[in-house]
Ligand binder design. Structure first.
Ligand code: GDP
Ligand code: MG
Length: 453
């Protein structure tokens, strides 16, 4: 049977500091088109929004003269700034591109820096949305207009303010090792990061950011986007959620192949591989049908790239970030092995002596370990889940006192681990907890410097 292939929709993750406008930006992109029934309208997926290319070119207006061969953009909608690391595929990041949203009036904040470091480590192309330009004092709103048009309508003082703020961002990005420029002055996307001034509230600059994303997609990733349209489905679990009347469900981003009701699938739990059968596939109902009792619409199959809710038995122990793979045509053992491999094969280089690291998801663990590696800090063990008593005891036996430490990212410390830490015999062990990777790193490095003296 000939294998059919196509170019799938690139997956875009929105990152940035809390309150800088990630949700608003997606809301605005979705805008009124959600209710539209015309062909090519924006559609709501589970955990994602699909903006087809004709909707993008319509919004882009005169900007959209570039020839385009990607079918659209699939924006990941999940709240929380760790969606990027949760979404993994084939041992790397699933998102093809990212938008980093920065409040232009506030500048960089801890989660902005963390997002940029993660994107650098994964070599993921991204664009900066310098958001909330409408808050610049004296700004005259030109609803939904491209940046060039609205900028031309501002007075000189306002233009000067915006320029100053953009250059502050350029400076900050330069400190982190990125060359950047306002997008309309960038000629080479490979050498410069584009900064697009936007307002998620008024829609100004949004046509431009969409066009920059399309530009990045066609220049850098067309090869990576080739997928099969009839092969067995492959996806990543974004969230594990209980739904009334459905039991435990998985919100899945499908990035390859086709997924059907009745398919045998393989997913991963913390220490087990789970085989089950798809009972139903659910899409969000279109806005206009919101009065209908059922929140979801049932479909028989779905083709990549898409966001879909999967209901099936035995899903309770599944972990966020787990791969989901369809078994088809007697490849059961191979699929199980592949899933096992993806879960275990965290790209961490372990040493005989090093810190013990913990994180809430596989992807977060990998992101943390990459950052440690970048600072020449060795890792002895890397596992998903809360910090245990065993971790503390193990850290206590490490020969080099500079490595008698546990670094825990976004994950709790179990009570018996806390008790063990309080033990005098463990007084040399330290634990570093937090939700921002580089701050954890700074804390550890500071502790180590003090110990050296
Ligand atoms: P998130 O935490 O990054 O998802 O941020 P939200 O999208 O929830 O936005 C936080 C707050 O900033 C909300 O009150 C938004 O209405 C507001 N906001 C977001 N974008 C803009 C913008 O471009 N202009 C203005 N004036 N307010 C904005
Ligand atoms: Mg939000």
């Amino acid at each position: 049977m000939a294998k059919q292939s196509t170019i799938r929709t690139p997956i875009v993750c929105v990152m940035g500091h809390v309150d800088h406008g990630k949700t608003s930006l997606l809301d605005r992109i979705r805008g009124s088109s959600v209710v539209s029934t015309e062909e090519g309208a924006i559609t709501q997926h589970i955990g994602a929004t699909l903006v087809p290319i004709d909707a993008i070119t319509r919004m882009g207006g005169a900007l959209s003269k570039v020839s385009v061969n990607v079918p659209g953009l699939l924006f990941i909608d999940t709240p929380g700034h760790h969606a990027f690391t949760t979404l993994r595929a084939r041992g790397g990041a699933l998102a093809d591109m990212a938008i980093v949203v920065v409040d232009i009036n506030e500048g960089f904040r801890p989660q902005t820096i963390e997002a940029l470091q993660i994107l650098r480590n994964y070599k993921t192309p991204f664009v900066i949305a310098a958001n909330k330009i409408d808050r610049i004092h004296g700004w005259r709103v030109q609803e939904s207009q491209p940046f060039g048009k609205t900028f031309a309508q501002q007075n000189e003082r306002v233009q000067g303010m915006l320029e100053t703020k953009v250059y502050e961002l350029v400076g900050k990005l330069s400190d982190l090792g990125f060359n950047s420029e306002r997008f309309d002055r960038v000629s080479d996307f490979a050498r410069n990061i584009c900064i697009v001034p936007t307002s998620a509230l008024t829609g100004e600059g949004l046509p431009d950011i969409l066009m920059v994303l399309i530009g990045l997609a066609q220049r850098y990733m067309t090869e990576n986007l080739k997928v099969s349209t009839d092969g067995p489905g492959a996806g990543t679990v974004l969230e594990v959620k209980e739904e009334r009347g459905l039991g435990m469900t998985l919100d899945v981003i499908l990035y390859d192949g086709i997924l059907k009701v009745g398919d045998e699938i393989v997913v991963a739990g913390n220490d087990q591989i789970i085989e089950t059968k798809v009972r139903s596939l659910l899409k969000p109902r279109p806005m206009k049908e919101i009065l209908i009792e059922e929140r979801f619409e049932r479909v028989k199959s779905v083709t990549a790239a898409a966001g879909i809710k999967v209901a099936a038995p035995k899903l309770d122990a599944v972990i966020a970030g787990s791969p989901l793979q369809v078994i088809r045509g007697g490849n059961r053992d191979e699929v199980i092995e592949r899933v096992r491999h993806e879960v275990q094969d965290i790209q961490v280089n372990l040493s005989d002596i090093g810190v013990i690291i913990r994180a809430d998801t596989i992807g977060a663990l990998e992101a943390l370990s990459k950052e440690l590696e970048g600072h020449q800090i060795q890792v002895m063990r890397a596992t998903v889940g809360p910090v245990t008593r065993h971790d503390v005891i193990e850290a206590g036996t490490i020969k080099d006192p500079l490595y008698s430490a546990i670094v825990a990212f976004n994950t709790p410390v179990l009570p018996d681990a806390v008790d063990t830490l309080a033990d005098v015999a463990m007084s040399h062990v330290s634990i570093f907890e937090g939700g921002v990777i580089y701050q954890l790193l700074d804390d550890y490095i500071e502790w180590r410097e003090e110990k050296k003296q």
